[in-house]
Design a protein around this ligand. Structure first.
Ligand code: SF4
Length: 233
Protein backbone atom coordinates (compact mmCIF):
# COMPACT_ATOMS: atom_id res chain seq x y z
CA UNK A 1 0.00 0.00 0.00
CA UNK A 2 2.87 2.40 0.75
CA UNK A 3 4.15 1.60 -2.71
CA UNK A 4 0.70 2.32 -4.13
CA UNK A 5 0.58 5.75 -2.47
CA UNK A 6 4.02 6.54 -3.85
CA UNK A 7 2.67 5.75 -7.31
CA UNK A 8 -0.27 8.15 -6.90
CA UNK A 9 0.54 11.71 -7.83
CA UNK A 10 -0.73 13.50 -4.73
CA UNK A 11 -0.55 16.85 -6.52
CA UNK A 12 -3.22 15.74 -9.00
CA UNK A 13 -5.98 18.28 -8.60
CA UNK A 14 -9.72 18.45 -9.15
CA UNK A 15 -12.09 21.35 -9.73
CA UNK A 16 -14.33 21.35 -6.67
CA UNK A 17 -17.49 23.33 -5.99
CA UNK A 18 -18.31 21.95 -2.53
CA UNK A 19 -16.63 19.86 0.15
CA UNK A 20 -18.64 18.97 3.24
CA UNK A 21 -19.69 16.23 5.65
CA UNK A 22 -23.31 15.12 5.91
CA UNK A 23 -25.60 12.08 5.66
CA UNK A 24 -26.00 10.39 2.27
CA UNK A 25 -29.68 10.84 1.45
CA UNK A 26 -30.03 8.72 -1.70
CA UNK A 27 -29.81 5.13 -2.90
CA UNK A 28 -28.24 2.14 -1.22
CA UNK A 29 -26.09 4.23 1.16
CA UNK A 30 -29.01 6.28 2.53
CA UNK A 31 -28.26 7.22 6.13
CA UNK A 32 -24.51 6.72 5.80
CA UNK A 33 -22.34 9.53 7.22
CA UNK A 34 -20.43 10.75 4.18
CA UNK A 35 -17.95 13.33 3.00
CA UNK A 36 -19.25 14.90 -0.21
CA UNK A 37 -16.93 16.18 -2.90
CA UNK A 38 -18.86 18.04 -5.57
CA UNK A 39 -16.92 18.53 -8.78
CA UNK A 40 -17.46 21.48 -11.09
CA UNK A 41 -18.56 20.95 -14.69
CA UNK A 42 -21.47 19.17 -16.41
CA UNK A 43 -22.60 19.43 -20.05
CA UNK A 44 -25.61 17.06 -19.73
CA UNK A 45 -28.12 19.88 -19.08
CA UNK A 46 -31.03 18.15 -17.33
CA UNK A 47 -33.95 20.61 -17.21
CA UNK A 48 -34.77 19.74 -13.57
CA UNK A 49 -31.15 19.71 -12.37
CA UNK A 50 -30.85 20.96 -8.77
CA UNK A 51 -27.13 21.75 -9.11
CA UNK A 52 -27.11 24.04 -12.15
CA UNK A 53 -24.46 26.13 -10.42
CA UNK A 54 -21.99 23.31 -11.17
CA UNK A 55 -22.49 23.28 -14.96
CA UNK A 56 -19.93 25.83 -16.16
CA UNK A 57 -16.19 25.77 -15.53
CA UNK A 58 -15.84 29.52 -15.67
CA UNK A 59 -12.30 30.70 -14.97
CA UNK A 60 -13.80 33.94 -13.71
CA UNK A 61 -15.47 31.98 -10.90
CA UNK A 62 -12.26 30.31 -9.72
CA UNK A 63 -11.55 31.11 -6.06
CA UNK A 64 -9.24 29.95 -3.28
CA UNK A 65 -9.67 26.64 -1.45
CA UNK A 66 -10.48 28.55 1.73
CA UNK A 67 -13.35 30.31 -0.06
CA UNK A 68 -14.90 26.95 -0.96
CA UNK A 69 -14.56 25.71 2.60
CA UNK A 70 -16.27 28.89 3.86
CA UNK A 71 -19.16 28.68 1.37
CA UNK A 72 -22.49 29.36 3.06
CA UNK A 73 -24.69 29.05 -0.02
CA UNK A 74 -24.69 27.56 -3.52
CA UNK A 75 -22.62 29.42 -6.08
CA UNK A 76 -20.66 28.89 -9.29
CA UNK A 77 -17.40 29.38 -7.38
CA UNK A 78 -14.92 26.50 -7.57
CA UNK A 79 -11.30 25.85 -6.61
CA UNK A 80 -8.53 23.41 -7.49
CA UNK A 81 -7.96 20.94 -4.63
CA UNK A 82 -5.04 18.51 -4.79
CA UNK A 83 -5.46 14.97 -3.44
CA UNK A 84 -2.97 15.80 -0.67
CA UNK A 85 -5.01 18.87 0.28
CA UNK A 86 -8.24 16.88 0.45
CA UNK A 87 -6.70 14.24 2.70
CA UNK A 88 -5.23 16.89 4.99
CA UNK A 89 -8.51 18.81 5.16
CA UNK A 90 -10.46 15.74 6.26
CA UNK A 91 -8.18 15.47 9.27
CA UNK A 92 -8.05 19.22 9.89
CA UNK A 93 -11.83 19.57 9.85
CA UNK A 94 -12.26 16.55 12.12
CA UNK A 95 -14.53 14.70 9.73
CA UNK A 96 -15.66 11.37 11.19
CA UNK A 97 -17.32 9.85 8.11
CA UNK A 98 -15.46 7.01 6.45
CA UNK A 99 -17.48 7.07 3.22
CA UNK A 100 -16.71 9.53 0.44
CA UNK A 101 -19.24 10.52 -2.21
CA UNK A 102 -17.79 12.03 -5.37
CA UNK A 103 -20.58 13.82 -7.17
CA UNK A 104 -21.16 16.83 -9.35
CA UNK A 105 -21.71 18.19 -11.82
CA UNK A 106 -20.60 15.18 -13.83
CA UNK A 107 -17.56 13.78 -11.98
CA UNK A 108 -16.71 11.22 -14.65
CA UNK A 109 -15.54 13.93 -17.03
CA UNK A 110 -12.17 13.35 -15.33
CA UNK A 111 -10.16 10.32 -14.20
CA UNK A 112 -11.12 9.67 -10.57
CA UNK A 113 -8.89 6.62 -10.11
CA UNK A 114 -6.01 8.35 -8.26
CA UNK A 115 -8.51 10.07 -5.95
CA UNK A 116 -10.29 6.80 -5.11
CA UNK A 117 -7.04 4.91 -4.56
CA UNK A 118 -5.65 7.58 -2.25
CA UNK A 119 -8.84 7.61 -0.15
CA UNK A 120 -9.08 3.83 -0.02
CA UNK A 121 -5.49 3.53 1.09
CA UNK A 122 -6.45 5.73 4.08
CA UNK A 123 -9.36 3.44 4.95
CA UNK A 124 -12.23 5.31 3.30
CA UNK A 125 -14.81 3.73 1.00
CA UNK A 126 -15.66 5.62 -2.18
CA UNK A 127 -18.83 6.16 -4.15
CA UNK A 128 -19.23 8.06 -7.40
CA UNK A 129 -22.55 9.39 -8.69
CA UNK A 130 -22.66 9.77 -12.46
CA UNK A 131 -25.11 10.32 -15.29
CA UNK A 132 -23.65 7.40 -17.24
CA UNK A 133 -22.73 9.61 -20.20
CA UNK A 134 -18.93 9.52 -19.70
CA UNK A 135 -16.49 6.64 -19.32
CA UNK A 136 -16.17 5.78 -15.64
CA UNK A 137 -12.57 5.82 -14.45
CA UNK A 138 -12.53 4.85 -10.76
CA UNK A 139 -10.91 2.21 -8.54
CA UNK A 140 -12.19 -1.37 -8.72
CA UNK A 141 -13.70 -1.08 -5.21
CA UNK A 142 -15.50 2.19 -5.81
CA UNK A 143 -19.29 1.93 -5.57
CA UNK A 144 -20.78 3.34 -8.77
CA UNK A 145 -24.22 4.91 -8.78
CA UNK A 146 -25.43 5.51 -12.32
CA UNK A 147 -28.33 7.90 -12.54
CA UNK A 148 -28.96 7.67 -16.28
CA UNK A 149 -30.02 10.94 -17.84
CA UNK A 150 -31.88 10.01 -21.02
CA UNK A 151 -32.58 12.46 -23.89
CA UNK A 152 -31.30 15.53 -22.10
CA UNK A 153 -30.56 18.83 -23.84
CA UNK A 154 -26.81 18.18 -23.87
CA UNK A 155 -27.39 15.31 -26.31
CA UNK A 156 -25.22 12.71 -24.57
CA UNK A 157 -26.00 9.00 -24.89
CA UNK A 158 -25.92 6.59 -21.95
CA UNK A 159 -22.82 4.40 -22.31
CA UNK A 160 -23.06 0.62 -22.15
CA UNK A 161 -19.81 0.52 -20.17
CA UNK A 162 -21.38 2.79 -17.53
CA UNK A 163 -24.53 0.69 -17.24
CA UNK A 164 -22.47 -2.49 -16.87
CA UNK A 165 -20.19 -0.92 -14.22
CA UNK A 166 -23.09 0.34 -12.11
CA UNK A 167 -23.51 -1.10 -8.62
CA UNK A 168 -26.91 0.58 -8.48
CA UNK A 169 -29.09 2.43 -10.94
CA UNK A 170 -30.88 5.44 -9.49
CA UNK A 171 -33.47 6.89 -11.80
CA UNK A 172 -35.20 10.25 -11.30
CA UNK A 173 -38.91 10.00 -12.15
CA UNK A 174 -41.84 12.36 -12.52
CA UNK A 175 -43.77 10.89 -15.45
CA UNK A 176 -44.66 7.54 -17.04
CA UNK A 177 -42.27 8.50 -19.86
CA UNK A 178 -39.37 8.41 -17.40
CA UNK A 179 -40.36 4.85 -16.40
CA UNK A 180 -40.64 3.82 -20.07
CA UNK A 181 -37.22 5.34 -20.80
CA UNK A 182 -35.69 3.36 -17.95
CA UNK A 183 -37.25 0.07 -19.08
CA UNK A 184 -35.94 0.60 -22.61
CA UNK A 185 -32.49 1.38 -21.21
CA UNK A 186 -32.41 -1.73 -19.02
CA UNK A 187 -33.47 -3.89 -21.97
CA UNK A 188 -31.03 -2.29 -24.43
CA UNK A 189 -28.10 -2.73 -22.05
CA UNK A 190 -29.23 -6.18 -20.85
CA UNK A 191 -29.30 -5.12 -17.19
CA UNK A 192 -31.12 -7.70 -15.08
CA UNK A 193 -29.54 -7.96 -11.62
CA UNK A 194 -28.39 -4.43 -10.75
CA UNK A 195 -30.57 -2.90 -8.01
CA UNK A 196 -32.83 -0.15 -9.37
CA UNK A 197 -33.89 2.83 -7.24
CA UNK A 198 -36.61 5.21 -8.36
CA UNK A 199 -36.23 8.74 -7.09
CA UNK A 200 -39.23 11.11 -7.32
CA UNK A 201 -38.14 14.44 -8.79
CA UNK A 202 -38.44 17.42 -6.44
CA UNK A 203 -40.47 15.53 -3.79
CA UNK A 204 -43.63 16.15 -5.84
CA UNK A 205 -46.65 14.14 -4.60
CA UNK A 206 -47.56 12.75 -8.02
CA UNK A 207 -43.97 11.77 -8.74
CA UNK A 208 -43.73 10.05 -5.34
CA UNK A 209 -46.99 8.15 -5.88
CA UNK A 210 -45.85 7.05 -9.33
CA UNK A 211 -42.49 5.92 -7.96
CA UNK A 212 -44.07 3.91 -5.13
CA UNK A 213 -46.53 2.20 -7.51
CA UNK A 214 -43.78 1.38 -10.02
CA UNK A 215 -41.36 0.12 -7.37
CA UNK A 216 -43.96 -2.31 -6.05
CA UNK A 217 -44.89 -3.50 -9.55
CA UNK A 218 -41.27 -4.15 -10.54
CA UNK A 219 -39.73 -5.05 -7.18
CA UNK A 220 -37.50 -1.98 -7.42
CA UNK A 221 -36.54 0.26 -4.50
CA UNK A 222 -37.54 3.80 -3.54
CA UNK A 223 -35.02 6.60 -2.95
CA UNK A 224 -36.60 9.74 -1.51
CA UNK A 225 -33.68 12.14 -1.01
CA UNK A 226 -33.85 11.93 2.78
CA UNK A 227 -31.55 14.98 3.16
CA UNK A 228 -34.19 17.20 1.54
CA UNK A 229 -36.88 16.04 3.97
CA UNK A 230 -34.46 16.67 6.83
CA UNK A 231 -33.49 20.10 5.48
CA UNK A 232 -29.80 19.29 5.50
CA UNK A 233 -27.21 19.64 2.76
S1 SF4 B 1 -26.16 15.14 -14.99
FE1 SF4 B 1 -26.52 15.78 -12.88
S2 SF4 B 1 -25.38 17.72 -12.64
FE2 SF4 B 1 -25.55 17.31 -14.83
S3 SF4 B 1 -27.36 18.45 -15.47
FE3 SF4 B 1 -28.03 16.36 -15.01
S4 SF4 B 1 -28.68 16.40 -12.86
FE4 SF4 B 1 -27.46 18.26 -13.24
Amino acid sequence: MVLLLMMINMTTSYKINEFFETIQGEGAFTGQPSIFIRLQGCPVACSWCDTKHTWEIDLGQKVKVTDILAKAQESEHWAEFSIAQLLALMVEKGYQAKHIVITGGEPCMVDLTPLCLAFEEKGYSCQVETSGTFEINVSDSCWVTVSPKVNMRGGYAILNSAMLRANEIKHPVATEQHIDDLKVLLTEHKITNTPVYLQPISQKTRATELAIKTCIANNWRLSVQVHKYLGIE
